[in-house]
Design a binder for this molecule. Structure first.
Ligand code: MRU
Length: 340
């Protein structure tokens, strides 16, 4: 991803391995500060996932893959490391997929860092393909709405929901992006807006409650990411996604979910089986360190919601754009090893 820092511009990933350490952009500080942190053991990586230094399903998966590489290099029992990493956040399926993938690679004797680098490279290649397929949906002068951050920060590089947007922009389409701020952690306002600003892509931040207003007025399509997709196409994504999906159906706005196949959890048949992470009340009642809510008022803070498949126009994946009814074909092909 392109990062503009004062007069300088550089290209970086969200998470990578260098000089024996896992390095990652501290996403809690963006856009005020650009800081890279170094981690030397898998417990450090686990804590970085838990406290959201690194976040977004595919980036969480890649960080966990690097965490497993550190565990292998440090002589830690792989089963123990896998449990510790998987225990950090419950909803993003890529975390579980990546750890299981690494255990299989390490047990067959692959080099730990090469295996984790290979995993991260695969994530980026999938995002590139999502960009290629998804850009076909975006016409000149389209207005696109997105929610949360499903950009390069969330996916090592390029993004899922932001991949078609980036690709369409680089193909010369004149586009405009509505970025919903994404209370309470503001991943839209802080992270998506930062990525779009760095690329020079025209956009505006809107409060979450303004989504309906703009969807009715002039949004041509919505593209969001996903944290876990059930076998029937029900999916979990950042809280506030479901509302947009329902509004899109009512207003006949196409609603797309951009995600790699590693986000599909074929072991669960519907979205009712997706575990939704609950986070601290403080994220809702406080702004920074200051509490704005009355002392006696409790808050609820589900980090994700579940959107039924019936609201999804299509899943933009690395194997093409799939309507929910085609997910079963992908599942079968995975079992049989057939080409998609
Ligand atoms: O809590 P977060 O910031 O990890 O949630 C991220 C999202 O909900 C993203 O939309 C999702 O992970 C898709 S990222 C490509």
């Amino acid at each position: 991803m392109r990062v503009v820092n004062g007069e300088q511009s550089m290209d970086t990933r969200a998470v990578w391995f260098e000089n024996g350490k896992v390095r990652m952009i501290d996403q809690r500080l963006i856009p005020q500060r650009f800081q890279v942190i170094d981690l030397q053991d898998h417990m450090g990586v686990a804590e970085a996932i838990r406290n959201m230094t690194v976040r977004g399903a595919p980036s969480i998966g890649a960080a966990a893959a690097y965490g497993m590489a550190l565990a292998a290099r440090n002589g830690v029992d792989l089963g123990t490391a896998a449990v510790e990493l998987k225990g950090t956040r419950p909803t993003a399926y890529d975390l579980f997929y990546a750890v299981d993938h690494m255990v299989a690679m390490l047990e067959r004797g692959d080099d730990p860092v090469q295996a984790a680098d290979g995993y991260a490279d695969q994530v980026v290649e999938r995002c590139r393909l999502i960009g290629e397929y998804g850009a076909e949906l975006i016409k000149d002068e389209n207005n696109i709405m997105t929610h949360c951050n499903a950009g390069a920060l969330a996916t090592v590089d390029i993004g899922t929901a932001l991949a078609p947007i980036r690709t369409a922009w680089h193909r010369g389409r004149r586009i405009y992006v509505y970025v919903s701020e994404t209370r309470p952690r503001l991943q839209g306002m802080r992270l998506t807006a930062w990525e779009l600003y760095n690329e020079g892509i025209p956009h505006s931040i809107i409060v979450d409650g303004a989504a309906g207003h703009y969807l009715r007025k002039d949004v041509n399509l919505v593209i969001v990411g996903a944290d876990r997709i059930a076998a029937n196409g029900d999916f979990a994504n950042k809280i506030g996604t479901f509302d947009k999906a329902v509004l899109c159906r009512e207003l006949a706005v196409p609603f797309y979910v951009a995600a790699p196949i590693s986000t599909f959890d074929f072991s669960i048949s519907t979205g009712n089986d997706i575990v939704i992470e609950d986070r601290s009340e403080d994220e809702v009642t406080q702004v920074g360190a200051e509490r704005l809510a009355p002392e006696g008022s409790p808050a609820l803070n589900p980090s994700f919601d579940m959107t039924p498949a019936m609201y999804v126009t299509g899943f933009i994946t690395e194997v093409g754009i799939l309507p929910p009814a085609e997910i079963e074909r992908v599942r079968k092909a995975q079992v049989t090893g057939d080409e998609l």
